[in-house]
Design a protein around this ligand. Structure first.
Ligand SMILES: NC(=O)c1ccc[n+]([C@@H]2O[C@H](COP(=O)([O-])OP(=O)(O)OC[C@H]3O[C@@H](n4cnc5c(N)ncnc54)[C@H](OP(=O)(O)O)[C@@H]3O)[C@@H](O)[C@H]2O)c1
Length: 331
């Protein structure tokens, strides 16, 4: 396979691997400053507030504002979440009431499946709802079911929106390896990220590795497994050892394997706690325990089923594909 990362003028695969392996050489300081460089040349904060299942009202406005006040600079929304207006209002208020500039914020939204054949219009609609002059990262939410031709048309519209200055970086979500390769073979601007489910109980290591090998960053959704396994004794033991919460342990694991993480909460205390990830480090033993928890516990119904491949982080006695029996379909 050709070296897509180098061909795109972005970081080399070696550089990307180094970044995504949580190299000790990188200074980890805070939710505000911790960023990674995408193959588009733009920097993305490694922690975002996710706003899935957040209403289009002041609940979400408050959550986004609390996040900005806690130091987050990145919000992950989607046309499908129907809350872009609330996110836009929170951004406007925060920019007015703080010294932070628009360029310091990073706003992600996504093209819904039904809109692949009308992506140009959908991009303008998202810009209008967010009340922004540009979107930092715009993703194809999922491969959808309109077919490859519609997906490539959407991508061409997204490339044109980059040319027009409406979008800084473009990427995909829930793409499997074949879908990524089809896009890479037919695109002018390569995807900067693949946003997929990833947490210790469903690390998605096969797809993570394939994505990184293509010079594309992994964004991890449901990084706390939607709160479904926070009481697990293995997690609690690591949390107690570091004086942190189980949620912080799951999030820190995501950071240390190089994921860009998108923890969602509408609760102020949790939003604040979910950003406090830079004052501790999981050691080799902790990582080994967490890497052994992959049971194929996929929470969302979008995206490839993706059992972990041989050589993955899954421990040898963790139940193999049978773990997928635990699959839940809550998103
Ligand atoms: N591209 C895609 O297809 C896709 C799919 C799913 C998600 N996403 C993105 O990823 C984001 C995160 O994923 P997610 O919402 O599925 O799951 P998540 O972030 O793993 O978990 C969210 C759940 O955990 C709870 N929670 C948050 N912080 C907590 C804490 N410190 N302790 C205990 N519970 C806590 C939240 O409740 P409260 O809100 O009540 O605090 C919420 O119920 C989404 O918001 C969205 O932006 C993308």
């Amino acid at each position: 396979m050709s070296n897509f990362a180098d061909a795109a003028g972005g970081p080399s695969v070696a550089e990307l691997k180094k970044q995504t392996e949580g190299s000790g050489e990188r200074r980890r300081s805070s939710v505000t400053t911790e960023k990674v460089k995408l193959n588009s040349g733009h920097y993305i904060p490694q922690v975002a507030l996710g706003v899935y299942k957040a209403p289009n009202d002041n609940t979400t406005e408050d959550a986004v504002k609390w996040a900005f006040e806690a130091g987050y600079r990145h919000v992950d929304s989607a046309a499908r979440y129907a809350n872009e207006e609330a996110v836009g209002r929170a951004i406007k208020d925060f920019l007015k009431s703080s010294k932070v500039q628009r360029e310091e914020l990073f706003v992600t939204t996504k093209l819904w499946d039904a809109d692949h054949e009308r992506a140009a219009e959908a991009i303008d609609e998202s810009l209008k709802k967010l009340d922004l002059t540009y979107i930092d990262l715009f993703l194809v939410h999922s491969p959808g079911n309109l077919g490859e031709e519609a997906r490539l048309k959407a991508w061409k519209d997204m490339e044109a929106a980059v040319d027009a200055g409406k979008i800084k970086s473009i990427g995909v979500s829930n793409f499997d390896i074949e879908e990524l390769d089809h896009l890479l073979a037919n695109c002018r601007i390569k995807p900067a990220v693949n946003q997929i489910e990833s947490h210790p109980f469903f690390a998605h290591e096969d797809l993570r590795e394939a994505t990184i090998a293509r010079g594309i960053h992994v964004q991890a959704y449901s990084p706390m497994a939607q709160g479904a396994a926070l009481e697990r004794p293995e997690i609690k033991a690591i949390a107690d050892k570091h004086g942190k919460s189980p949620a912080q342990v799951l999030l820190r694991w995501g950071l240390q394997i190089g994921n860009i993480i998108l923890p969602k909460s509408l609760t102020q205390s949790r939003i604040e706690a979910n950003a406090e990830l830079f004052d501790f480090e999981l050691d080799k033993d902790d990582m080994e325990v967490l890497n052994g928890l992959d049971e194929g516990m996929k929470m969302g119904k979008l995206g490839p089923a993706g059992t972990s491949a041989p050589g993955s982080r899954r421990s040898s006695n963790s139940g193999g594909a049978a773990g997928n029996k635990l699959q839940m379909t809550s998103s």
